[in-house]
Design a protein around this ligand. Structure first.
Ligand code: DAH
Length: 340
């Protein structure tokens, strides 16, 4: 009996080691360890053997069972390892993984965020107004007479109702003064529209950032305006950036200036680019606001102020060295990806 069991063990271990795959191994398990398997049959034979031998045969049975179980486990591990190795064949697990594409803020949004954060540090609060405006808010209240070229049909988009797409964000100056009492320090970023021919430096739908500071008469000066804008442009473009104020005309400010930045691009001759308009708020604007409000809080005898407006697209163009404004609206991912 003991010899028989040894033979069974040898045969089982040999068959198991030779099993080619998981199915073969399972067949071995059933054959040797199954309920109707060889080992079960041998155990059943215990009934017929002599009492004295029972202990040693029992021991042998256990030994054979453990040996077969161990052989099955070992073969199973080996088969799994083989299968894993086959699955990985030809794959270099040390190669870098494929990166997940990560979204990014549009360059205009990045410029806007920076501009707003600098101006908020100086105490300017965000304000806004509608993009579809009345002629009065866009022009009359801003001291722009009916015969001013900016009001020409070929310059602005008019609706049949007589309303128009605002041609600048200066409308928000009026909107804010109509509803808020002085003193005021606001900025209003937003869209503006003009019937411009679209080219590398002009879009018909563009973005501006308006600023307005109003306080007691005599307390807001040209020096405040200049200091504010110089601080702003240095904060955005670096302290070395040259800023120039050039006398100009705007109906709603007097005196008025255009602000130029010296644009230095590697390998190119530095050039001045116009970036903003600004000035001391014209008393006529305060008169219009006073009339609309029906009180004298904004009477030109009581308040003075400065205002500025700049093109955000231009700002982005200079900040990122863009050769063409149209890049900002084409949404070509090859372009946008560079700002991640
Ligand atoms: N609204 C002007 C434009 O669109 C820009 C501007 C000039 C805004 C002077 C101002 C200002 O607030 O004071 O060209």
């Amino acid at each position: 009996m003991l010899d028989q069991l040894d033979q069974l063990k040898t045969q089982a271990v040999t068959d198991i080691a030779a099993s080619a795959d998981e199915n073969g191994l399972e067949a071995c398990r059933v054959k040797f360890l199954g309920k109707k398997g060889d080992l079960a049959a041998a155990s059943a034979g215990m009934r017929d053997i002599a009492k004295e031998e029972k202990a040693s045969v029992g021991q042998k049975l256990n030994e054979v069972r453990s040996a077969i179980t161990a052989a099955i486990d070992e073969r199973s591990a080996a088969l799994t390892a083989n299968r894993d190795a086959a699955a990985l064949a030809g794959i270099d697990a040390t190669l870098p993984g494929k990166p997940h594409p990560v979204g990014t803020l549009h360059p205009l949004t990045q410029v806007l965020d920076r501009a707003v954060s600098v101006l908020r540090r100086m105490g300017f609060a965000l304000a806004d107004g509608p993009e579809i405006e009345t002629e009065w808010h866009c022009f009359d209240a801003l001291n722009t007479p009916a015969d001013h070229p900016a009001r020409n049909e070929s310059d602005t988009f008019y609706f049949d109702s007589g309303k128009l797409l605002r041609s600048h964000t200066s409308t928000v100056q009026i909107r804010t003064m109509e509803t808020e009492p002085p003193p005021l320090r606001i900025i209003a970023p937003g869209a503006a529209f003009r019937r411009d021919e679209i080219d590398a430096t002009h879009l018909s739908n563009f973005n501006q950032l308006e600023g307005l500071c109003v306080d007691a008469k005599g307390s807001v000066t040209l020096a405040d305006l200049k200091g504010t804008l110089e601080y702003f442009f240095h904060a955005i473009f670096g302290d070395d950036t040259e800023v120039r104020f050039r006398p100009h005309f705007f109906p709603f400010t007097e005196p008025s200036f255009e602000v130029d930045l010296k644009l230095v691009i590697k390998g190119q001759k530095p050039k001045w680019v116009e970036i903003a308009g600004c000035g001391i708020v014209d008393p006529a604007v305060f008169e219009a606001v006073s009339q609309s409000r029906g009180d004298d809080l904004y009477s030109p005898d009581k308040v003075s102020g400065f205002a500025f407006g700049m093109g955000l697209d231009r700002l982005a163009m200079i900040l990122f060295g863009l050769p063409d404004l149209r890049l900002l609206i084409e949404n070509d991912v090859r372009f946008l990806r560079q700002f991640a």
